[in-house]
Design a protein around this ligand. Structure first.
Ligand SMILES: [Ca+2]
Ligand SMILES: [Ca+2]
Length: 255
């Protein structure tokens, strides 16, 4: 009997050690890719590249922060794709208040219908952001069925929960939106919508990252096309702009 208890105790101990190790490992995997600037993608200056086009990333007071050279190719996929961004269907991160990792993915909502005893599957035209932990409610996106870019942005607001970025394709226009989604009070919402143009996506401009100099803020890049500049007029030299090509303004905004 005593031996039986010793064996039971040893097994329990092994289980605890294994669990701790797993959770340590899990904690280490939680990263913040959104805080890093990928300079290799943004400024492709390899001599062998053909770089027929360029644009500026500007500060709010119209100083040129960066000249971005990029390959302007119409054969490249430009809808819903951001050069250098992840293209995996599924991401991993901490998407709720606990310290374990979940998976998240984008999925079209399909309705199952029984017609004359047969099962029919009907497209709804809507989609959702789903989580492997079923206690996290999916986030519904209306009139959107396809998503090629889903990214763990890291914890942008320091609440311990990773943010998720999703690029909405818009084949009707070169202008698209990058949505930054966040878990707020146990509910997933679109917290920031960042417009972008074809040249930004072809050049692989990083759309959003944490502002390490201003607590509670993020840096976003938006096309000059969408910038409402009432106080400080934009100099003429940075125009014209459009959905295929625009200079870009970098802003620090509250998140
Ligand atoms: Ca979690
Ligand atoms: Ca967060």
């Amino acid at each position: 009997m005593k031996r039986y208890f010793i064996i039971l105790f040893a097994v329990a101990l092994l289980f605890v050690v294994f669990r701790c190790k797993t959770s340590d490992k899990e904690k280490k995997i939680i990263i913040s890719p959104g805080t890093l600037e990928n300079k290799n993608i943004e400024e492709s200056n390899k001599k062998s590249d053909i770089l027929p086009d360029s644009f500026y990333i500007l500060s709010e007071d119209w100083k040129i922060i960066k000249t971005v050279k990029y390959k302007n190719s119409i054969s490249t996929e430009v809808w819903g794709i951001i050069n250098g961004y992840p293209t995996d269907d599924t991401i991993v991160g901490n998407f709720d208040k606990d310290l374990t990792l979940e998976k998240a993915w984008f999925e079209e909502i399909i309705k199952k219908k029984k017609v004359d005893g047969y099962v029919n599957y009907e497209r709804t035209g809507n989609s959702m952001l789903c989580f492997s932990d079923k206690s996290i409610k999916p986030l519904i996106f209306k009139n959107w069925t396809d998503c090629k870019v889903i990214k763990n942005e890291g914890d942008l607001d320091n609440d311990g929960i990773d943010e998720i970025g999703l690029q909405e394709p818009s084949p009707a226009s070169g202008c698209e939106n990058y949505y930054v989604c966040s878990n707020v009070a146990n509910r997933w919402i679109i917290k920031k919508s960042i417009p972008n143009t074809v040249n930004m996506r072809q050049a692989g401009v990083i759309m959003v990252y944490k502002d390490i100099n201003k607590k509670g803020n993020i840096i976003i890049r938006i096309p000059l096309l969408f910038y409402d500049d009432q106080k400080n007029p934009i100099p003429n030299e940075f125009y014209p702009v459009g959905c295929n090509w625009s200079n870009v303004v970098e802003l620090s905004v509250k998140f």
